[in-house]
Ligand binder design. Structure first.
Ligand SMILES: [Zn+2]
Length: 105
C-alpha cells in the first residue's frame, strides 16, 4: 500500500510510534505442565497476547499468540509495513497537535 493513504485509528498511534504495547495482565496466571501462562491486554490499543514461560528455565516456552483489534494490522491486499503504519501514526499525532494549535490561535 502506498504510504500516506493509511488511516489509522487514534488509539493505535501510541503503540505504532514506539513499536511497543502497554501490557497489563488481564487474567489469572495458569500453570499447565511446565508452562506458566497468562493473557495480557494492551491498555492503549486493545491487542491481546498470551505469554508462557517455562517454570524451570524462566524462558518463554513458545512464541506469544496475539489477537489484534480490527484495523491494527493491514495484511493481504492493501498490506502495510511497520514503517507505513508508523508513518500513519505520526500523521495522527501531528493532526492532533495541529488541531490544538488552530484552536489556540
Ligand atoms: Zn497496543
Amino acid at each position: 500500500m502506498a504510504r500516506g493513504t493509511i488511516r489509522l485509528r487514534e488509539e493505535y498511534a501510541e503503540c505504532r510510534l514506539v513499536g511497543r504495547h502497554q501490557w497489563r495482565r488481564s487474567g489469572r496466571f495458569e500453570l499447565d505442565g511446565a508452562d506458566l501462562g497468562a493473557t495480557y491486554r494492551c491498555g492503549a490499543c486493545g491487542t491481546r497476547a498470551t505469554f508462557a514461560w517455562n517454570v524451570w528455565s524462566g524462558e518463554m516456552g513458545h512464541k506469544p499468540s496475539y489477537e489484534y483489534p480490527e484495523g491494527y494490522l493491514r495484511t493481504g491486499k492493501g498490506k502495510a509495513t511497520r514503517a507505513d503504519m508508523r508513518q500513519a501514526a505520526v500523521r495522527v499525532v501531528v493532526g492532533r497537535i495541529g488541531g490544538k494549535r488552530r484552536r489556540a490561535a
